[in-house]
Design a protein around this ligand. Structure first.
Ligand SMILES: *Cc1c(COP(=O)(O)O)cnc(C)c1O
Length: 363
């Protein structure tokens, strides 16, 4: 008998997260020079990070012998969002916050609800604490909120919503989401994952302040990994009631966010110009890519994020042909979409490289 047989069965049931292929790995595998590779696989910001964040980062390198002090970033998030610091929780990436929510509210004997094709970390975080998963079939690739309400059982403690969702890019308009929140029992927590919130056009965005005032069972998570361009530093934040924030802080690892991440994120939050530039690049790139898909007759799902899912048919083969040309996109068969690939919106030149490579896969 192996010692691993003594491990928790619900941990053994987890399928490991599959990240986008790193540039260096493709370089090793296919002998393509790193500088010839275009990676559009992990929804990273093609502009890099805010110049202000870079300056703050370089300065913070000077005091890494000290344990982190997260006061400044918490204060900056509080100011940016209009909440008190007691309602802000910081995470080592927003995935860390999703984990905290699961550890506070889920356990064996409790169930949790998420949508088909929703972000992979929800089942991961839920299974790691032994909760039972309820996956609700999607509607037009997005969340079917009515079906998710119907799926609530007496033992359901937490519902996951990604808005916009990754990998489909679908978006539930806020009036619908509000009606949903009003119907969810007050003793069930809703985690609203807004990793792509900053990419939403202003006219569809909602004010979190009002939401949290109305729904004490709501946890909103945001990240510095996407529009702020700090994916490699691992930093995100949650907004919730002071009572839930207190509980999340109890399971949070002390010093979960490092000095460099804290410094860079504080500066990034203050760089509206960089965010605006990233939004504009994304808008233009979205047009460029969707025009390309239409030209080549590929189905795609209209997206509210910084990425687009498109129907490639034999996605594994198309993906392989793209890789051979040095273009990395993301297969999403693990999300129940075996015919689809997801491409991140890059710079104009990167988008063009992708479209040219895609065209060659059709020959
Ligand atoms: C990228 C992404 C995140 C962000 O994860 P981090 O841990 O903050 O890097 C969270 N949720 C969704 C849906 C995402 O796509």
């Amino acid at each position: 008998m192996s010692v691993c047989d003594q491990s928790l069965p619900y941990v053994r049931a987890i399928s490991p997260y599959q990240p986008g292929k790193p540039i260096t790995q493709l370089a090793r595998e296919m002998g393509i020079p790193v500088e010839r590779i275009v990676k559009l696989a992990s929804n990273e910001n093609p502009l890099g990070m805010s110049p202000k964040a870079k300056v703050a980062l370089e300065k913070a390198v000077g005091s890494l012998e000290r344990y982190p002090d997260d006061y400044e970033l918490k204060a900056a998030v509080a100011e940016h969002t209009g909440f008190g610091m007691e309602r802000v929780v910081l995470g080592n990436g927003s995935n860390d916050l999703l984990d905290m929510a699961a550890r506070v509210f889920l356990a064996p004997g409790r169930s949790t609800i998420f949508s088909q094709h929703a972000f992979a970390v929800y089942p991961l975080a839920s299974l790691s604490v032994g909760a039972e998963l309820i996956a609700v079939p999607a509607k037009n690739f997005g969340h079917d909120l009515d079906a998710m309400l119907t799926a609530i059982r007496p033992d359901t403690r937490l519902i996951w919503i990604a808005n916009p969702n990754n990998p489909t890019g679908t978006f539930v308009p806020y009036p619908q989401l509000k009606a949903f929140m009003q119907s969810v029992p007050a003793d069930v927590v809703v985690v609203l994952d807004e990793a792509y919130n900053e990419y939403l056009p202003p006219e569809v965005r909602a004010d979190s302040k009002e939401w949290l005032a109305e729904f004490p069972n709501l946890i909103i998570t945001r990240t510095f990994s996407k529009i702020y361009g700090l994916a490699g530093l691992r930093i995100g934040y949650a907004l919730t009631s002071a009572a839930i924030a207190d509980l999340m802080n109890r399971v949070r690892q002390p010093f979960n966010c490092n000095n460099l991440a804290l410094a860079a994120a504080t500066a990034a939050l203050d760089d509206g110009e960089f965010v605006a530039r990233s939004q504009e690049l994304n808008r233009a790139g979205m047009e460029q890519l969707t025009a390309g898909f239409q030209r080549f007759d590929f189905d795609f799902i209209p997206s509210y994020g910084n990425f687009i899912a498109f129907r490639a048919g034999n996605a594994a083969s198309v993906n392989e042909k793209l890789l051979r040309q040095g273009v990395i996109v993301r297969p999403i068969s693990g999300y129940g979409m075996p015919e689809w690939l997801r491409v991140t919106i890059g710079t104009e030149a990167e988008n063009l490289r992708f479209l040219e490579a895609l065209e060659k896969t059709r020959g």
